[in-house]
Design a protein around this ligand. Structure first.
Ligand code: PRX
Length: 664
């Protein structure tokens, strides 16, 4: 593979691969499962017919007659059909007599702060919000930025945008003002929905001030809609700023939704690529909704009339879009919506939520599982988790130890674990076991979902054999696939469709084991995965060189026991900058970490910053990141003969050892 051969936790993975531990589905589970064993053959026999059947589970105002129009790499799914995503998620369930069914059990971070939202409540709220957005001049096609904590109004805002055909662009509340501004500008949003603040790790964190700061750079934003969540004081610009309780809650609770064509843009989600500029990934309506509804129903084996489903993620990421909002609501499911992080509200907060709400399906990231694992078996053991039926994992490779811990201590060896591989770009899950149908192996995502065609290929694009590794590609278009990068078709083509002609290049390494089952091994490019969050090395380098003292910066993702990867930065300072002693070094390192936090967000703060007089470069002047990764992971150094000055890397290595791990 390339110099970016994934390493984090992979040794452990491959060790287990040889052991090939496997759990076969118990027959009683298979008998009750939504998916039946024949599903793979049925989908393979006629992929498009199978997807069309999934699409027909939605309500179409105008039924589609075509399934796929494929002009590589541009796809249109169900193109002549018309539907409304919000109506499919809300109205149709109320119309079917399920208005009193709970859509969300909302749990705020402060203990006891809860709300129950039924489908009828949701319909009224969404209708009010849609009316309010229209009164602010938002029309179909206009982009709306959403920068909010995990409160019901965030979901309502997304659905209200969908209802009026205005693509939303949700920006994770942990991003900085600058990151928010660049996203607003890139897609030219004219309205921003936010809150005064939200609760994060036990304290009220501010959001509106970040919006105010961002908007100094965004003169085209004409309206800000602001929810009062924490009650903190906020600055106010008359005419531009509107309180949610004045604008939305006074609007009419009925709103006549119109239908849109299937390819109507539904949302943009910005994600990190290999350059400093995040990409606005575009998703459209009919195909996306089909994909997330089908995957939600079949992969989590959801019984909408019985189950309580909990995706413990933030709606600021794609996992929240697809498996908190669109998938579960399209299927009329009851979900838990939790404002806080696992570390807030006591170490057993999660288990209390599972117990209190009798959660049947829990979906989260390996980082969280590893954190819960660090806290010990006693906490989950002290709670009644017998309601749990299926467990899911997403966002990063799950190490077998965490998988086994999850199975034993959370699933009590009874619940199948679905390790689901997908990306912002894929819209929904593409590789996963199916509960009751597919065997599982600790650390493997196993096989493509029905109707999905994936392959592992070598450098030349040839499929590898069983027992071999390579690059993951998707060989046929799928309904939830991205329709492009906002405003940059060339980048869409070059990023995803050029590395191997005719197929989608995911950017991940993968391996087929001796049985042909798939193991996802992490990124093969300059994208890091920190606690399941994608951050590009270039973006962090860019932030660092933005500091006046910095001459050059090189950033790598080093494996980390809890967060999967952690950011390590190697920085050279400008000639005129004096860093004489330890105190001055510490002060500068602190300043640099804060620079990254204000440029991108606290999630991108390097775990460690090493100041060094030089960076290891080849004779042609290229920074050798591979060596820096070796240094950061305390590995024996690879080949250093091509370096301009091989002593540089030894010096950095010594500094790294001397500096210890500077925990973020
Ligand atoms: O490297 C893969 C990793 O997360 C990347 C996608 O990140 P993002 O677009 O932020 O979406 C995360 C949530 C879907 C992938 O390229 N990844 C995601 N799921 C898995 C995974 N790696 C291994 N196993 C997974 N189950």
């Amino acid at each position: 593979m390339s110099e970016h051969t994934p390493t984090s936790g992979q040794q452990a993975l491959s060790a287990l691969l040889h052991e090939n531990r496997r759990f076969d589905p118990p027959p009683e589970l298979a008998a009750r499962a939504n998916a039946q064993p024949s599903i793979y053959e049925e989908a393979a026999a006629d992929r498009l017919a199978w997807w069309a059947e999934q699409a027909r589970r939605l309500d179409w105002d105008t039924p589609f007659s075509t399934v796929l129009e494929w002009d590589l790499p541009d796809a249109k799914w169900f193109a002549d059909g018309r539907l409304n995503a919000c109506v499919n998620c809300v109205d149709r369930h109320v119309a079917a007599g399920k208005g009193s069914k709970v859509a969300f059990h909302w749990v705020g971070e402060p203990d006891g702060d809860t709300r129950t939202i039924t489908y009828k409540d949701l319909l009224e709220e969404v209708s009010r919000a849609a009316n309010a957005l229209e009164s602010l001049g938002v029309k179909a096609g206009d982009r709306v930025a959403i920068y909010m904590p995990m409160i019901p109004e965030a979901v309502v805002s997304m659905l209200a945008c969908a209802r009026i055909g205005a693509p939303h662009s949700v920006v994770f509340g942990g991003f900085s003002a600058e990151a928010l501004a660049s996203r607003i500008l890139d897609s030219d949003c004219q309205v921003v929905i936010t809150a005064d603040g939200g609760y994060r790790r036990g304290a009220a964190a501010a959001l509106k001030p970040h919006v105010d700061e961002a908007l100094e750079q965004c003169p085209t934003v004409r309206a800000v809609l602001c929810v009062r969540r924490t009650g903190q004081d906020v600055a106010w610009i008359e005419g531009r700023d509107h309180w949610w309780h004045d604008t939305v809650e006074t609007a009419s609770s009925t709103h006549q939704a119109q239908s849109f064509e299937a390819e109507q843009p539904l949302y943009l989600m910005y994600t990190s690529g290999t350059t400093a500029k995040p990409k606005g990934i575009l998703h459209t309506t009919g195909g996306y909704l089909t994909h997330v509804a089908a995957t939600h129903r079949l992969i989590f084996d959801v019984k909408p009339d019985e189950d309580v489903f909990w995706t413990a993620a933030d709606i600021g990421w794609v996992t929240g879009h697809s498996y908190i909002v669109y998938g579960p609501l399209a299927n009329g499911t009851t979900s838990v919506l939790y404002e806080g992080t696992p570390t807030a509200g006591g170490r057993d907060r999660w288990w209390r939520i599972v117990e209190d709400y009798k959660v049947n399906i829990l979906y989260t990231a390996p980082t969280t599982i590893r954190t819960l694992m660090k806290w010990g078996e006693d906490l989950p053991a002290a709670h009644d988790l017998s309601s749990l039926r299926v467990l899911g994992s997403v966002g990063e490779p799950i190490n077998p130890e965490a998988w086994m811990w999850y199975r034993k201590n959370v699933g009590r060896t009874r619940c199948p674990i679905v390790d689901t591989w997908w990306q912002t770009e894929t819209g929904g899950i593409l590789i996963t076991p199916l509960p009751g149908i597919t065997s599982t192996k600790p650390g493997a995502a196993m096989r493509p979902f029905p109707g999905i065609s994936a392959e592992v290929v070598d450098n030349e694009g040839k499929p590898v054999g069983n027992g071999e590794g390579g690059y993951l590609v998707i060989t046929e278009p799928w309904p939830g696939m991205l329709r492009g990068i906002w405003g940059d078709h060339d980048r869409y083509v070059s990023t995803y469709w050029s590395r191997f002609p005719g197929v989608y290049f995911a950017g991940d390494g993968a391996k087929k084991d001796d049985d042909g089952d798939l193991w996802l091994l992490g990124r093969v490019d300059d994208v890091m995965n920190i606690s399941g969050h994608r951050i590009s090395t270039t973006e962090v380098e860019h932030a660092l060189v933005g500091h006046p003292s910095v001459a050059e910066a090189a950033v790598v993702g080093a494996s980390d026991e809890t967060t999967g990867q952690a950011i390590v930065a190697f920085v050279t300072v400008k000639g005129n900058v004096q860093v004489e002693n330890e105190a001055a070094t510490e002060a500068l390192v602190d300043e640099l970490r804060n620079t990254v936090a204000t440029t991108i967000g606290p999630i991108a703060k390097p775990r460690q910053i090493i100041l060094t007089p030089e960076l290891p470069k080849t004779r042609s002047g290229k920074i050798m990141r591979r060596l820096l990764r070796d240094v950061a992971e305390h590995r024996e150094l690879g080949d250093v003969t091509t370096l301009m000055d091989p002593t540089v890397v030894n010096m950095i290595s010594e500094k790294m050892t001397a500096g210890g791990e500077d925990e973020a």
